[in-house]
Design a protein around this ligand. Structure first.
Ligand SMILES: [Zn+2]
Length: 97
């Protein structure tokens, strides 16, 4: 399960690619985790479409983590979110322990 450990800002690949296509004709399948709580929000890195799903569904659909986010990236996302939702930060920290 180590290869499936994910965090905020990470770029992940899902079992099902997005419906949009890359300039090279392949289906886009790189998503950035922009919210991490009971619900997880991911953003298609190709078309910027946001998709929200329950964490349990995300775990089922996740194929692998492509890139782990830099600390600065995580902080930037957390700073943006914490005014709106303090729970996502708490869940994020709990998850990483
Ligand atoms: Zn897309």
């Amino acid at each position: 399960m180590k290869d499936k450990a994910y965090g905020l800002g990470d770029i992940v690949e899902m079992k099902k690619p997005h419906a949009c296509t890359l300039p090279n004709g392949k289906k886009a399948n790189a998503w950035k985790i922009v919210r991490l709580g009971a619900d997880i929000k991911i953003e298609c890195t190709n078309c910027n479409r946001l998709v929200m799903m329950k964490r349990v569904d995300f775990n089922k659909r996740l194929k692998r983590v492509l890139t782990h986010a830099e600390e600065s990236e995580k902080e930037a996302i957390l700073k943006k979110k914490e005014a709106i939702n303090d729970t996502s930060r708490k869940n994020f920290l709990e998850y990483r322990e």
